[in-house]
Design a binder for this molecule. Structure first.
Ligand SMILES: NC(=O)c1ccc[n+]([C@@H]2O[C@H](COP(=O)([O-])OP(=O)(O)OC[C@H]3O[C@@H](n4cnc5c(N)ncnc54)[C@H](OP(=O)(O)O)[C@@H]3O)[C@@H](O)[C@H]2O)c1
Length: 250
């Protein structure tokens, strides 16, 4: 369908990012994934090539603005342009009472979730503006939309993503650049499956926060991201798509 379209997915090494890479590969995009660890490249590319041959890897830590700038610059040089940015890289630390949390955990989440997304938006938008076209999908969370005890710090970084998405969507609307976000509920990623296996998380208890009483899958979120990002939805910008089993309908 879109052989010449290029999508950059930050943090495509596992979880939602990896599944989003599969979704775009199935739809014939050139997919560029990133990880902080070069050693993940071989296995990851081998796996993703099962879904499409046009998949590429860059080493990237989104907390380093220079790295972000250089990676986006090399992508636009190599591929000609950057059509879509999926700002997926994110972390969740210090899940406890605010008074018991570590300031350094909050700083790391601010650096990765807020500043990382901002750096990627800022440097991608420079190229998208020149092309007079582009699409960005950020990843918020239900914790960014509702007060969520024991995830207050993480939630606040995901509220910032809502602000970045809505404000920037208006700034760039006339420039033919769409900026949207998804707000997932709890998703059964590889990481969560490990916590379920060790008994740290009880699956049925976690699932009951959603009216569906089920957990989300990485495919549920990847399909939503693809829907917001692809060029068929030109009039869709500044939207927050809750994919949460009805959580925010309550
Ligand atoms: N899982 C959920 O229930 C859920 C719910 C709502 C929102 N979200 C959001 O969805 C996104 C993906 O979550 P996930 O659960 O799929 O996460 P995950 O399985 O923990 O994977 C996180 C990804 O982010 C990358 N990453 C972390 N720090 C990075 C950094 N400083 N620079 C570059 N990449 C970095 C990791 O890559 P490397 O480690 O390979 O570098 C990895 O690919 C996050 O923004 C998360 O906050 C998740």
């Amino acid at each position: 369908m879109n052989k010449e379209k290029n999508v950059l997915i930050t943090g495509g090494s596992q979880g939602i990012g990896k599944q989003t890479a599969i979704e775009f590969l199935k739809n014939k995009y050139n997919v560029i994934i990133t990880s902080r660890f070069e050693q993940k490249e071989k296995e990851l590319i081998e796996f993703l090539k099962l879904y499409g041959s046009n998949v590429y890897f860059y080493k990237l830590d989104v907390t380093d603005e220079n790295q972000v700038k250089n990676v986006i610059s090399s992508i636009t040089t190599k591929f000609g342009k950057l059509d879509i940015l999926i700002n997926n890289a994110g972390i969740s630390l210090s899940n406890g009472l605010l008074t018991e949390s570590n300031t350094s955990d909050f700083e790391k989440m601010i650096q990765t979730n807020i500043l990382g997304s901002y750096y990627c938006m800022k440097h991608a938008l420079v190229y998208m503006e020149k092309e007079k076209s582009g699409s960005i999908v950020n990843i918020s969370s239900i914790a960014g939309l509702r007060g969520m005890p024991y995830s207050v710090l993480y939630g606040s970084t995901k509220s910032a993503i809502i602000g970045l998405t809505k404000g920037a969507a208006i700034e760039y609307a006339e420039k033919n650049i769409k900026i949207n976000a998804v707000a997932p509920g709890i998703v059964k990623t590889e990481e969560l499956q490990k916590e379920i296996a060790t008994g740290e998380v009880i699956e049925s208890t976690a699932a009951t926060i959603h009216p569906t009483c089920t957990l989300g899958t990485t495919s549920d979120i990847a399909r939503g991201i693809y829907f917001l990002a692809n060029e068929n939805n030109e009039f869709l910008t500044g939207h927050i798509l809750n994919i949460d089993g009805g959580y925010t309908a309550q």
